[in-house]
Every structure is written in structure tokens, then in C-alpha cells.
Design a protein around this ligand. Structure first.
Ligand SMILES: C[S@@+](CC[C@H](N)C(=O)[O-])C[C@H]1O[C@@H](n2cnc3c(N)ncnc32)[C@H](O)[C@@H]1O
Length: 212
């Protein structure tokens, strides 16, 4: 997908106290960095940040890290954060492919929110639930692996169910229509999700764990 580019986005986000400019320095040290022993949850491709910011507000006793490759998308998140004081939230501007450089086995949950669908077979390894990524997540998850995914893309969701089950994940929740599900599954909305709902698109949701 193509996103609008903001001039000097990199300079703008680097001034935010929420941005961690040298995440490699904190590998295996994130709990000391946050100065607590609370869980650490990571969102990959956080975009404009609504999800991770509202999660950090709602759960002050959990540490959240939002990672995003596109600095222009992050400008909006940083602007939203400028009047907030959330010691349990940090942002990283990087490629999801590099997470093992930033984290040891320290992550409790990975959120995959409206990730790029990469529909073509030739691009399948770029899907955030492809085994290439699942192997990468193994390097950063603590003992138990926990993935929560939301998407409006049926193809990506179908592939993800397949990839995760072949990788021995167990599904705790699967919903083919999150917002009309009679189980009333609680989930903070993302920026992209709000647009999908306006367009009356169904949202697919899964919560999967692997305890090994
Ligand atoms: C469709 S948007 C969804 C944004 C946000 N999660 C939401 O739901 O509003 C997908 C986001 O993933 C980001 N992204 C794509 N590939 C990435 C990668 N390899 N590493 C980190 N972020 C990535 C894009 O820049 C974009 O912001």
C-alpha cells in the first residue's frame, strides 16, 4: 500500500520522547528500561497509533511497544501523544523483520493489526503470519507465544489460520465478524479498522497461543 509522505517525518518523530532511537541497546533489557517487571506487548505495523496508544491508556500495568516502518505514519501517532504522559508506551521506527535485533525472549503478546495482505504468491513470505515470521517471533517470545490478529482481508486471514495451525498454535478465539460477534469480544479499535467499519467491511479476528 502507498501512504502519504510527510516532509522531515524522521526529524519530527525523533524529537518525541516516546521514540526509542537505539532499540538494539535495550535487547534483553526492556524491563529495566521500563523500570518494572510488567508484561511487554508489541504491535507490528502500528500505523497512526490509535490501537497501541489506547491499549497503553487502558492497561497502565502492561508495557507496550509500537513498531512501524513508515516514519510518516508515525508522525500522526507522535502528534497524538504530544499531550499524553504514558510511561508504559514506547515506539520504534523499524522493519518488523529486524525485531530479533531489538528483543531477546521478552515479549508476551504480538499484535498484528491490519497488516499488509500481500495477496500474490510471490510475496507470501512477507505476510506477518507466514512461518518465516512465526520463526522470528519464536526468538522474541517469552515461554508462551501469544498472537492477536485483526484484518479486513479474508485471504490473509485464511492463510494465517493455516500457517498458525501448521505451526501448532491453538486458537482461543476466532471470529469472522468481530463487531457483530455475539460473544462481544473486547478489542480496542485501530485507525484502519474505523475506516473499514465506515465501509461496512467485516473484521476477522484471532487470538492464538502456543505453550510448547
Ligand atoms: C494497513 S496499515 C495498518 C496500520 C495500523 N495497524 C492500523 O490498523 O491502523 C499497515 C501498516 O503496516 C506497516 N508496515 C508494513 N510493512 C511493515 C514492516 N515490514 N515493518 C513494520 N511496519 C510495516 C505500514 O507502513 C502500515 O502503517
Amino acid at each position: 500500500m502507498e501512504y502519504i509522505k510527510i516532509k522531515d517525518a524522521n526529524k519530527i518523530i525523533s524529537k518525541s520522547p516516546y521514540l526509542v532511537t537505539n532499540p538494539k541497546n535495550y535487547k534483553n533489557k526492556w524491563n529495566s528500561f521500563f523500570q518494572n517487571n510488567n508484561k511487554i506487548c508489541l504491535e507490528l505495523g502500528m500505523g497512526r497509533g490509535d490501537f497501541i496508544i489506547n491499549m497503553a491508556k487502558k492497561f497502565p500495568n502492561i508495557n507496550f511497544i509500537g513498531l512501524e516502518i513508515d516514519d510518516s505514519q508515525m508522525v500522526t501517532a507522535v502528534n497524538k501523544l504530544s499531550s499524553l504522559d504514558l510511561p508504559n508506551l514506547k515506539l520504534i521506527n523499524a522493519d518488523a523483520m529486524d525485531i530479533a535485533e531489538f528483543f531477546g525472549k521478552e515479549i508476551d503478546t504480538i499484535y498484528l493489526t491490519f497488516s499488509e495482505p500481500w495477496p500474490k504468491k510471490i510475496d507470501e513470505k512477507k505476510r506477518f503470519t507466514h512461518p518465516v515470521y512465526l520463526k522470528l517471533y519464536d526468538r522474541v517470545f517469552k515461554k508462551q507465544k501469544h498472537i492477536i490478529m485483526k484484518t479486513d482481508n479474508k485471504g490473509l486471514f485464511a492463510h494465517s489460520l493455516e500457517y498458525l495451525s501448521e505451526y501448532w498454535y491453538v486458537f482461543n478465539v476466532v471470529s469472522l465478524d468481530l463487531h457483530n460477534d455475539e460473544r462481544k469480544i473486547e478489542s480496542i479499535m485501530t485507525d484502519w479498522e474505523k475506516k473499514c467499519l465506515q465501509d461496512k467491511k467485516e473484521i476477522y479476528y484471532l487470538d492464538a497461543t502456543f505453550s510448547g
